[in-house]
Design a protein around this ligand. Structure first.
Ligand code: SF4
Length: 275
C-alpha cells in the first residue's frame, strides 16, 4: 500500500527530476493520515508492505513518523515492512539514534537517490549535497541498520565526464555498501532545468553505446558483496540484473558481447524507453 504522508519533495531542485515539479511540498496533517490508515485497514487488514509517499517522508519530525509507524503496525497485524524514499539532507538532519528508533519501529528500508558519486556532477545537477555529505547520509542509514536501496543515473556526466562519473560513483558505493543498487539511464523530462540545458545545447545525452560503456566502467570499479543489482528499468537500454560483485564477470561478459560482439539486438529501441 502507498500511504501519502507528505506531498511532493522538500528539495525539488534536482535538474533532471520532474517527479514533483508541479506539487507544492507539504506535510499532511496527522488526522488526515490516520483517517487514511483506518480507511485502508477497514478494507484490508492483511497488507504486508507499506510505502510512505511522496518524495521524502523522512523530512517529517521523528516523533510524528514514530506515531505513524505505531498506528500502521497496530492497524495491520501482518505488516512486515514500511519503506520510504529519503533525501540525503533528511538523513543528515536526523541523528543515528533517531534513525535507529525509526528502524526499530518498523521503517526498515529507505530508498536514496545518490545519482552520482562525482562532486562536480552533484553540484551541476543541484543535488544539494557534496559527495562526502552523500556518503555520510547513507552511512547513517546503515548505522541505524536500515536496509539501503540506492539509485544512480547513467549519463549525468555527459561524454566528457563518463569515466569520472562511473569511477566516483563506484567508489562511493564501495564505501556505502548498499543492499540494493538500481542503475537508471538519464531521460530528459520536459519542463526540467535539464531539458532547457539540452535545448540550448549546454548538455548532451549519451548514446546507448556510451551508456553501456559507462555501466561497464562502473561494474569494473564496484567492489561489493551481496548487493542486489538491477538495471532493468524502462529507461535502460540493456536490461541487467545480478548480485554485485559476485555476478560482475557475467554482467561484464554480456555488456562486452553487446558492445564488441555484435549482439546489439539486445538493446531496447529508443522509442521503447520510458520513465
Ligand atoms: S531527485 Fe529526489 S530529491 Fe531530487 S527533486 Fe527529485 S524527488 Fe526531490
Amino acid at each position: 500500500m502507498i500511504l501519502q504522508v507528505t506531498v511532493g519533495c522538500s528539495h525539488n531542485r534536482c535538474s533532471f527530476c520532474s517527479m514533483y515539479l508541479r506539487k507544492k511540498f507539504r506535510v499532511r496533517e496527522l488526522e488526515e493520515i490516520y483517517y487514511d490508515i483506518d480507511y485502508a485497514a477497514n478494507l484490508n487488514r492483511n497488507i504486508r508492505r507499506i510505502f510512505l509517499a511522496d518524495g521524502n517522508s523522512l523530512t517529517m519530525g521523528t516523533d510524528r513518523l514514530l506515531s505513524i509507524l505505531e498506528k500502521l503496525y497496530s492497524s495491520f497485524p501482518f505488516l512486515e515492512r514500511v519503506s520510504s524514499y529519503t533525501n540525503p539532507q533528511d538523513l543528515l538532519e536526523k541523528s543515528v539514534e533517531e534513525l535507529k528508533s525509526l528502524k526499530e519501529s518498523g521503517l526498515t528500508l529507505v530508498y536514496l537517490g545518490v545519482e552520482t558519486g562525482n562532486e562536480e556532477i552533484l553540484n551541476k545537477i543541484n543535488k544539494g549535497v557534496t559527495r562526502e555529505e552523500m556518503i555520510e547520509a547513507a552511512v547513517k542509514a546503515k548505522e541505524a541498520e536500515m536496509q539501503l536501496s540506492v539509485t544512480v543515473i547513467n549519463g549525468l556526466g555527459e561524454e566528457e565526464m563518463m569515466f569520472e562519473h562511473a569511477r566516483d560513483t563506484s567508489t562511493l558505493l564501495n564505501r556505502v555498501e548498499p543492499e540494493y543498487l538500481g542503475v537508471l539511464t538519464l531521460m530528459v523530462a520536459p519542463g526540467t532545468p535539464l531539458a532547457k540545458q539540452v535545448q540550448k545545447g549546454e548538455f548532451k545525452t549519451l548514446s546507448s553505446r556510451q551508456v553501456l560503456e559507462e555501466i561497464e566502467i562502473m561494474i569494473k570499479h564496484i567492489d561489493l558483496s551481496g548487493c542486489i543489482f538491477r538495471s532493468n528499468h524502462a529507461s535502460n537500454y540493456l536490461p541487467l540484473k545480478g548480485t554485485l560483485s559476485e555476478d560482475a564477470g557475467e554482467l561484464l561478459s554480456l555488456i562486452d558481447r553487446v558492445l564488441r560482439g555484435g549482439e546489439t539486438h539486445r538493446l531496447r529501441p529508443e522509442s521503447f524507453r520510458g520513465l
